[in-house]
Design a protein around this ligand. Structure first.
Ligand code: ZN
Length: 481
């Protein structure tokens, strides 16, 4: 089968063809197509038998299932996620809907950014009833639709246990973001020193001897000298988390079948990560032979979902410089989580890291989808908006947000033309942001929402280019990315 013969077959059908997708390998040609609002893979040639679908006018038309995604990744390896080792600027674009990647790819434009297009946490999977395989398949089909051949990653985000790691890697994830928050003693940061000392005295003698031998009575790079009380507190807070990280890293090494990028996240803690804490964690991993690709400390200031950074920007910049020195010392990148909409810190992040960094975004792409709904189907938006306000207490169980929903202008007093403006108001943004799981669970919303998105996909891509493109522009300005 040649591409020309394949196109001739397609022209005999009523299918809309995504032109950029058409590609050939080993005598097999495929394209992403659409009939009404349903997307399908059209395949013809030698390897068409590896796809499941129905024959029509010499073509095989295949639904976008996980099975057909695997066949597609086999046929066109660029649709399969890969490790991002060697890429300086990497960016996570979480896509809870499986619809956003074409917009994300276009938002990158000509910048030298390696996108992690499949990025979901277990919490996000649970709230959307998706599996890692579903997430990766959606990214693969979107990459194919867009004709994007430069590669992308798949991040099992905020994984906490070996079982979760196994699940992610077996599903095809190429990155593990390990979240040690359950092993970190978060409360210990606030304990009085005598309580810390008492807890420390109960630790196994070899653990104490190890830490004292490595960190006391010497000048450490970047952070200088650590006092004994300071070290004891760091050990009490972090030693179990460090042990867990080392164990999980070795476990990944044991079970992985392809290169895996390992990120350590200590961002979901109650307090900000001090340089001394970051140094000890980084040094322990390094001494144990663990080589993370990136590490996410808890930076100063508030990084709440879907809204701008809140905090002292000068303090952030001072801290960030030191964290960057520590990351450089150990040879990994800093990773910025909840990076959606944090425009105020992006200049600093780009400049200090020189574009050698990982930045994660996620929920903001869902909000852009809701902006499209507000424009295309005002009645659906109104209903969803009211539902989100009503159910905010329930949604707050999953996400910490601080805006006051009582400050959201009453939607009954606003005309349709105003509705997209809600997606510019912090309180409305957060309220709609955290309601995604609850909303997608409502049949009245889910069906109408996906139909609207399918009918307005180009509008969605344009919104993502505008919004994520702004992220990219500010993050990369002044770097050679
Ligand atoms: Zn995080």
């Amino acid at each position: 089968m040649t591409v020309d013969a394949f196109r001739a077959l397609l022209s005999n059908t009523d299918l809309f063809v995504y032109e950029r997708s058409v590609d050939e390998n080993d005598g097999t040609v495929a394209a992403l197509v659409r009939r009404d609002l349903e997307k399908l893979l059209a395949v013809a040639g030698k390897q068409a038998e590896t796809f499941a679908g129905t024959e029509e006018k010499g073509l095989k038309l295949c639904p976008l299932t996980n099975e057909n995604a695997r066949a597609l990744m086999q046929l066109f390896p660029y649709t399969k996620p890969r490790s991002h080792k060697g890429h300086r600027f990497t960016m996570g674009f979480g896509d809870r809907l499986g619809l956003a990647s074409p917009g994300h790819i276009r938002a990158i434009g000509d910048h030298d950014i390696y996108p992690v297009l499949a990025q979901q946490s277990i919490r996000e999977l649970n709230l959307t009833h998706r599996t890692f395989a579903d997430v990766i398949s959606a990214a693969a089909f979107n990459v194919f639709q867009e004709g994007y051949r430069k590669g992308y990653g798949a991040d099992g985000d905020h994984l906490k246990t070996k079982d979760e790691i196994k699940y992610a890697l077996e599903s095809g994830c190429t990155m593990v973001t390990l979240d040690c928050s359950e092993q970190i003693d978060q409360q210990a940061v606030t304990y009085p020193q005598d309580q810390i000392d008492a807890l420390y005295a109960q630790l196994p003698a070899d653990v104490r001897a190890h830490y004292e031998g490595v960190y006391l009575d010497r000048e450490l790079p970047i952070i200088g000298c650590l006092s004994a009380p300071e070290l004891r507190r760091i050990v009490i807070v972090f030693w179990k988390g460090i042990r867990h990280a080392i164990e999980c890293y070795r476990y990944i090494d044991e079970i992985k079948t392809v290169a895996v990028d390992f990120e350590l996240s200590i961002d979901e803690t109650l307090t900000i990560t001090t340089p001394a804490e970051h140094f000890v964690v980084g040094n322990e991993l390094h001494d144990a032979g663990v080589t993370p690709i990136s590490c996410a400390p808890h930076f100063s200031g508030a990084f709440e979902k879907g809204i701008e950074y809140a905090g002292d920007l000068n303090a952030f910049a001072r801290d960030f410089v030191v964290h960057q020195q520590i990351a450089d010392h150990f040879g990994y990148k800093l990773s910025l989580h909840s990076g959606s909409d944090k425009f105020a810190v992006f200049s600093t992040v780009g400049r200090v890291t020189k574009g050698h960094v990982h930045v994660k975004t996620a929920g903001t792409s869902w909000l852009e989808a809701m902006r499209v709904v507000a424009e295309a189907d005002p009645d659906l938006y109104r209903k969803a908006h009211k539902f989100a306000i009503e159910h905010r207490p329930e949604a707050e169980k999953y996400y910490h947000v601080s805006t006051d929903p009582n400050t959201i202008p009453n939607i009954d007093l606003e005309n349709d033309a105003y509705l997209p403006e809600y997606m510019n108001l912090p309180a409305a943004r957060q309220t709609v942001h955290i309601a995604y799981g609850l909303l997608l669970d409502q049949p009245w919303f889910r069906d109408a929402f996906f139909a609207t998105m399918a009918a307005h996909e180009e509008a969605y891509y344009a919104a993502l280019v505008r919004h994520l493109g702004k992220h990219v522009r500010i993050l990369t300005a002044g770097t050679d990315v």
